[in-house]
Design a protein around this ligand. Structure first.
Ligand SMILES: Cc1cc2nc3c(=O)[nH]c(=O)nc-3n(C[C@H](O)[C@H](O)[C@H](O)COP(=O)(O)OP(=O)(O)OC[C@H]3O[C@@H](n4cnc5c(N)ncnc54)[C@H](O)[C@@H]3O)c2cc1C
Length: 393
């Protein structure tokens, strides 16, 4: 009996993505990492094979195959290249504002272009002074004639400079705290919008991470996403659904590292036998396998919850749990993979040091691991478990 809950049809799509990843993305992964260049050829590959469509409904030109399969696709690509897996995850992150809060007109205009991959998307919440405490943002938006003018800056924005459409959060009422934040759709070519710089990074080197400057950035009235003042709630609803994308990226990295270390341990010999036969190495491999499978269980459960129509409130904790476990597993497993390869694990000729560098970001973005724990504990405190204590004296 298969371990995963996928249907035959879902397995067929997974096989297609797996083949593309192995044959077309894997040979590019080391080069993408070394060059620090955004891999437009991988975007083109995803466009040609309809991979962006896995994140969208049929009515908007997508495949309509659901959340679970979209997570599986990110996982499969991330097994060989975390930068490429992130391209898929961020297309979802940057489109969720439209899916959850967009008007019919906004959705009809943008979702088909996002589903085909013609336009790449980005999500701009973080600022230099506000990451975990995102409500402390300082960017503003004020009404001006029949449009809005945005001022401020955003930091660490994935897809900066390659995205055509940004979901940008800004304060429309700076005195109103959370309730004073609104969301806007900002096209890359509007006046007053600039990508000021791109950050060199430890990992996911081919992904762009940049600073956006909004200097009197003028957008039309129809750019407001949802209602004025609903931006913070929208930002959190987006993260509830997007964090599992990071979890899928993390799991892919962890599984890729496990698979590589396993093959290496089979053939590398010390003291007259393959290192896999030394019990200390065998134990590491076993632990890595268990961690990946346990993380997959939480992640796929989230995918099934979405596909079965779970409401928003139920998703918050499940999403944070999947992100927390998958991110921590990715870091632990990749560190062990480097250890299994010994000195070869530490050098660029082998991919496991890249896996380890790439894994680290999954503990940081879309809410750090500390923030995930805060979210999980907050949700736990809302639950009633007193019945467990019944009869305990
Ligand atoms: C490569 C990369 C890509 C990114 N992509 C995007 C993107 O596309 N869009 C976007 O909007 N943002 C993006 N980010 C930003 C990312 O989400 C933030 O960096 C992250 O949320 C942490 O915020 P911070 O860096 O300001 O750290 P801080 O919030 O300053 O946190 C510093 C440390 O303190 C801890 N901490 C903070 N508050 C608490 C608390 N209350 N309790 C316990 N511990 C706490 C944190 O966990 C962390 O360890 C990206 C970042 C990177 C590095």
């Amino acid at each position: 009996m298969p371990w995963d809950p996928l249907t035959e049809e879902q397995r067929e799509v997974r096989e297609l993505v797996r083949t593309l990843a192995r044959e077309r993305v894997a040979p590019r992964a080391a080069e993408i990492d070394a060059s620090h260049e955004f891999p437009w050829d991988v975007v083109e590959l995803f466009r040609q094979h309809g991979l962006f469509g896995l994140f969208f409904e049929e009515e908007h030109g997508g495949a309509g195959t659901g959340a679970l399969l979209s997570l599986v696709a990110i996982e499969e690509v991330s097994k060989v290249c975390a930068t490429s897996g992130l391209i898929l995850a961020v297309q979802e992150l940057g489109s969720l504002g439209l899916k959850l809060g967009g008007s019919e007109e906004q959705r009809a205009r943008w979702l088909p272009r996002l589903a085909s991959g013609e336009v790449l998307a980005a999500y701009a919440l973080t600022e230099a002074g506000s990451g975990s405490d995102s409500a402390a943002m300082r960017s503003t938006a004020r009404r001006d004639g029949d449009g809005w003018v945005l001022d401020g800056s955003k930091r660490f924005i994935t897809n900066a400079g390659v995205a055509g459409l940004y979901t940008v959060f800004a304060k429309t009422d700076p005195e109103a705290g959370h309730a004073g934040i609104s969301a806007f759709l900002v096209e890359a070519d509007v006046p007053g919008f600039e990508v000021a710089r791109l950050e060199p990074k430890m990992g996911i080197a081919g992904s762009t991470t940049g600073e956006l400057v909004l200097g009197g950035c003028r957008v039309p009235a129809g750019s407001l996403l949802g209602q004025e003042g609903d931006g913070f709630k929208l930002a959190m609803r987006i993260l509830d659904r997007s964090r599992p994308g990071v979890a899928a990226q993390a799991l892919g990295i962890a599984q890729g590292a496990t698979d590589y270390a396993l093959e290496y341990a089979r053939t590398r010999e010390t003291m007259g036998k393959p290192i896999a036969s030394h019990q200390l190495i065998a134990a590491k491999l076993a632990d890595m396998e268990v961690m990946c499978e346990a993380a997959r269980g939480l992640l796929y459960r989230f995918g099934r919850m979405v596909d079965e129509g779970a409401d928003d409130a139920e998703l918050t904790k499940a999403s944070a749990m999947a992100k927390l476990l998958c991110g921590d597993v990715a870091m632990q497993v990749t560190t062990e993979a480097v250890q299994i390869l010994g000195g070869y694990g530490y050098i660029r000729e082998y991919p496991v040091e890249r896996f380890m560098r790439d894994a680290k970001i999954t503990q940081i973005y879309e809410g750090t691991q500390e923030v995930q724990r805060l979210v999980i504990a907050r949700e736990m405190l809302r639950e009633t478990r007193a019945f467990l204590l019944a009869g305990v004296t």
